[in-house]
Every structure is written in C-alpha cells, then in structure tokens.
Ligand binder design. Structure first.
Ligand code: PEP
Ligand code: MG
Length: 530
C-alpha cells in the first residue's frame, strides 16, 4: 500500500493491512521461529491448580448453603478431592492429547456411567458431575499465555494467532513485523479487530520502550514520530477513507439475481459491525474463538459462542468451521511440533488424530444446531474418508446427548475445498453436503508458495490463472453433483478478480465484514463474463 504523500526519511516501508494508525511503546516479542518443544499440551500442575480453585469455590458456597444444597456441594468437594478423579485422565494424557483434554474426556465417560445407571439416585448425580467439569474448566479459563502491556506496538518476526487472541487490543496498539504476510491468519485477525499492522519490514533496529507509529494504510512504521508526522498520517487516512466511502451501496435487491453475499468472522463480537441485510455467516473460523487448551475443552463456552452467532443470524445460515489448528495456528501444543507445519497435521487431520478435541466441539455444535440454521464445515479435507469418520463421531456424540436427554440436531456437514487433490477429485466427495473454496490455502498449495512468506507472495498473483482454471473445474463438478459451492477465501473480496470468479460460475461469496459493502457494489456493477 503506498500513500500519495512523501514519507518521512526515518521510516521503514513494508506492507500494511489497510487499517489506520497506532502509536505506542515498542514491545519486542518472542521469536516464534524458535521451535517450542511441547510434547503434551496441557500441564498436570495447571489442572491440579484448577481443581483446587474449584474446591475452594465450592467450600465458599457451602458456608451459606441450605442443608440440601450443602449435601450436593459436599458430594462435589468429595469427588474433586478424590485422587482417583484427578488421575482419571492420566492414561489418555500420555497419548499426546494433553492433561486438560484427557481429563475432560475421561470425566465425560464418568458422567455417562452415572447417566446409564438403573438406580435413579445415581443417575440424578450426573448433573452434579457435569457441574464439577464446568467449574474446573471455568477455573482453567483464567490461565492465559504470556501477554504484553495493552496499547503497545508488538515488534517481532511474526506473532502467533494465539498471542494475538489473548491480548487486550481495546486500548489500541499495533503490530510491526520483520517477516509475515498480509495473507496470514494473524493478518486476518488484525483486520477483523481493526488493529493496524505492517508486515515484511525486514530487520529494523528497534528497542523496547521506543515510541513507534504504525501506519497500516501506507504500510510504514516510523520511530519517535513528531506531532506533525502523526497529523500527516491521520490526514492521509482521512483521504483514503473518504474515497472508499464514495461507493454507494446498492440494496440487496439490486445485486445480480441468484448471488449471495455472506461474511467471514472469527468471533461473534465482529457481527456488531455487519449490516443487517447480509445473507448470513459463510465462515466462522472456530479456532479463533480459542486461546487456551481450556477453551478447546470447554463445551459450554463453545455452545454459548455458537449460540450468539446463531441468534444474530435468525433463519440465515451460520457455517461454523471445525477447528483448523496447525499450520500457523498452533495452540496449546496442538500442531506445534511439525517440521513443515502447513503440510502436516492441520485441520481435520489433527482433529481425527485427537478425537477428544473433536468430540467436545461436536457436542457443542450438535446442541447449538437446535438454535438456528447451523452448518458445519471441515477444514483441510484431502480424502473422503475424513468426512466419513467425522460423521461417525458426530453420530456417536448425538447418541450420547440423546441418552442424556439433551436437545441436539445433526447439521449439514460440508467441506472446505483448499487442498488441490480434493478440488481435482471433488466427485469423490458425495458424502459432503456442500463445498466452500478456501482460496488462501488452495493458492498456497497450488503455487507451492507459503501464505506467510512475504518473499514468495508475488507468486500468488502470477499463478492466479492456474487457480482460476482449477476453480472453474471444481465449480462445474459441484454443479454436476447438484451440491452448493461458494468461495470464502480472500480472493472473493478482491474486486479485480470478481468478473473471473463469476465467469467460473460462482454465485456465493463470503468475505470479511469490512469487504461486504465493496463486494455488493462490485457485484452490482461487474459484468458476468463468460
Ligand atoms: C482459505 O484457506 O481460503 C480459508 C478461507 O481459510 P483460512 O484462511 O482460515 O485458512
Ligand atoms: Mg484455509
């Protein structure tokens, strides 16, 4: 992104993420390139501390409880104090699942044991054990990764999405990266949360505590900015926003017939900025809802967040993508020890290797499906058997919920088309209910150019004809199969690609909330091509 104005000589140029201005003190972050040797996500100490917190909370409640409630609370304290309960997950933790998740899945089995008892009194105790599970998870949620001071400018080679997600950006702040790319996941998050970011700066001599200006519009960073520098940057932002605002948004009725515009989000909080006439949520990246292993293990929290999106949407579709961990989104150790992270255990591969993780999410989704028009989408699908196994796990969890008399519904299950082998063989995926083209990954795997590499990013542009040819074939195959197909990769929001995407036969576009207005305007004006 380049500005019309001259840049102060002391500045460095990179690529901006298109979001305004931040000024703050430099915080030099950890180097994420250094491999973190995490064998087992989750830590027995953390779990033990959470159990102690839960016991202390229950004991505090006991003090003021009536005799009946006191009875229940005593039972819960007794259970949590039992060493056998603390250890129930230890066998599974050793298979690499991690202490916290292993504990949660083991306690699930324990709950199922209570529920299936013929003795009504024992059966009725299940709810108390569910409460214990939730209390411990609540205590675990207080455990956060290392953070940095609010309002600062994070400076480093790159920043992990999990660190971005745990940080409080409400007091401002920005990001300046020597490496990175505007196609990375963290760049998407920064756009969605309106955090100014500049990537690909190369080595810059910055030190902790220096004042730094990050201009995400012009793609520059400037150390020790003067008031004039800041005023000039603000003025250039106003000019850019004013020209963007010139486009008049046509009402939905004027968009070409048969076209659907949806949004991609990472958290229901982003929906506050989405216009009410949007057709729904085409992609909820569920991994962005998680900032710790405790979040991954917390079914109630997931259920609540999916419910928020569904309640916003009413009858409109909400497509929740299963956790796409791995690649540049390692969390709690999942996907952290890969030599080639984008080519290893990522997305559905990782979930099937850690079914306990998938089962928690499946339960939350099956329950949320009752609340609206929920669809579930699998990331990184390569072969059809990945969908078959996932469906089986969903069916087993649905049976478990039914046994517990918990309301649930089986949602449509579709897949991201982002692995070239899957795109080429789409007709083998009869077991998917719908398809969505993930062009960010499809482009990276097709061009063999990593999406987080600033140096290789020009290949994305140069190989677009190959990508479009593959998209055209894929859309034609989906049409022949009679299955819906849309696009949710960033290409959907690039105005100069629109006529080519329409020519490929695409009719459903899902873009970042900030791109929705421009997409609608472009759809109004663009010729379909042939
Ligand atoms: C994609 O790959 O195009 C996509 C939409 O998913 P993500 O960017 O989250 O990998
Ligand atoms: Mg993807």
């Amino acid at each position: 992104m380049s500005g019309a104005r001259d840049l102060p000589g002391r500045s460095w140029r990179g690529q901006g993420n298109g979001i305004g201005l931040a000024v703050g003190a430099v915080h030099i972050g950890p180097n994420p390139v250094v491999a973190v040797p995490v064998a087992h996500p989750g830590d027995p100490q953390i779990l033990a501390a959470a159990i102690e917190t839960a016991i202390a909370d229950l004991q505090a409640l006991m003090a003021a409880a009536d005799p009946h409630s006191r009875n229940i609370l005593e039972f819960q304290v007794e259970m949590l104090s039992d060493p056998a309960i603390r250890d129930i997950g230890s066998d599974r933790a050793d298979d690499g699942t991690g202490t916290v998740l292993a504990w949660v899945s083991a306690i699930e089995d324990y709950i199922a044991g209570f529920e299936s008892s013929d003795d009504d009194d024992i059966c009725a105790r299940a709810v108390d054990v569910i409460d214990i599970r939730n209390r411990v998870l609540g205590a675990l949620n207080g455990t956060r990764a290392d953070d940095f001071p609010a309002g600062s400018i994070f400076v480093g080679a790159d920043i992990a999405p999990s660190l971005f997600l745990t940080h409080d950006w409400t007091s401002g702040g920005g990001i300046a990266l020597s490496a990175g790319s505007t196609a990375s996941h963290v760049a998407m998050l920064a756009r969605a949360r309106s955090v100014p970011m500049v990537v690909g700066l190369g080595p810059v001599p910055l030190e902790n505590g220096m004042r730094l200006m990050v201009d995400g519009i012009r793609g520059i960073v400037l150390p020790e900015p003067t008031e004039t520098d800041i005023a000039e940057a603000l003025c250039s932002i106003e000019i850019t926003s004013a020209s963007a605002a010139k486009s008049n948004l046509p009402p939905d009725g004027e968009i070409k017939s048969g076209m659907t515009c949806l949004v991609n989000i990472g958290h229901p909080a982003e929906l506050a900025a989405v216009s009410a006439d949007c057709a729904g949520i085409g992609l909820l990246r569920s991994e962005f809802l998680m900032s710790s292993t405790a979040d991954l293990a917390n079914e109630e929290r997931q259920y609540r967040l999916y419910g928020e999106a569904l309640s916003w949407a009413g009858e409109r579709p909400v497509t929740v993508r299963l956790l796409d961990l791995g690649g540049d989104k390692a969390l709690g150790g999942f996907g952290a020890n890969e030599r080639n992270p984008f080519l290893g255990m990522r997305g559905i591969r990782l979930l099937l290797a850690h079914p306990d993780l998938l089962r928690v999410q499946a339960r939350a989704l099956l329950r949320a499906a009752v609340l609206g028009n929920l669809k579930v989408m699998l990331p990184m699908v390569t072969v059809a058997s990945e969908i078959t196994v996932t469906r089986r796990i969903f069916a087993e969890e649905a049976e478990g919920l039914a046994r517990r008399h918990v309301a649930s519904r089986m949602p449509d299950i579709g897949m991201m088309v982002e692995v070239p082998a899957a795109a080429l063989m789409l007709d083998r995926f009869e077991n998917a209910d719908f398809f969505s083209l993930g062009t960010n990954d499809l482009a990276q795997y097709l061009s063999a150019a990593a999406r987080d590499s600033a140096a290789a990013s020009s290949l994305y542009e140069q190989t677009r004809p190959a990508l479009l040819r593959l998209i055209r074939q894929t859309v034609a195959m989906a049409d022949m199969m009679g299955k819906p197909i849309g696009i949710c990769g960033d290409l959907a929001g690039i105005p100069d690609a629109l006529s080519e995407l329409l020519a490929c036969g695409l009719k459903q576009f899902s873009v970042a909330p900030q791109q929705l207005a421009a997409l609608k305007t472009a759809l109004h004006h663009t010729k379909t091509g042939s």
